[in-house]
Ligand binder design. Sequence first.
Ligand SMILES: [Zn+2]
Ligand SMILES: [Zn+2]
Length: 149
Amino acid sequence: MGCLAVDKRLADFEDICREKGLKITHQRLEIYRELLSATDHPSVEAVFQRVRQRIPTISIDTVYRTLAMLEQSGMIHRIQTMEGLARYESECGLHHHLICNKCHEVVDFTWELFDSLEPPPAVKSWGVSQGKNIVITGVCQQCLEREQK
Ligand SMILES: [Zn+2]
Ligand SMILES: [Zn+2]
């Protein structure tokens, strides 16, 4: 979905760290790299578990702070789920999310018709919209099949 190459994104990340006066550490780079390759919208905990395989000394606090910094810089995107548990993905083009209420899997989908719709007047009188994302919750096919057994 219009994703930039990983190398290019890692170079952008280094630029942003420099701008913000943050040290470019191996840990920060590995956290971002993990998110760039993830397709399952991992939670902080999940990112931590994965990066820890390669960097056993990493702390969950570092993962929290790095993800928060990346989100503020607009390099990653946070998806608010029903359980209030934040899930993250690298910013990768306009898309929406399907969230299963049973297994909590987050899946991407695109909806061009929705993207092209003008927001209703209430939105214009409210202010300036900077993004519109749809989250559809329900029960995924796998969970439905599991229930039938
Ligand atoms: Zn499910
Ligand atoms: Zn997504």
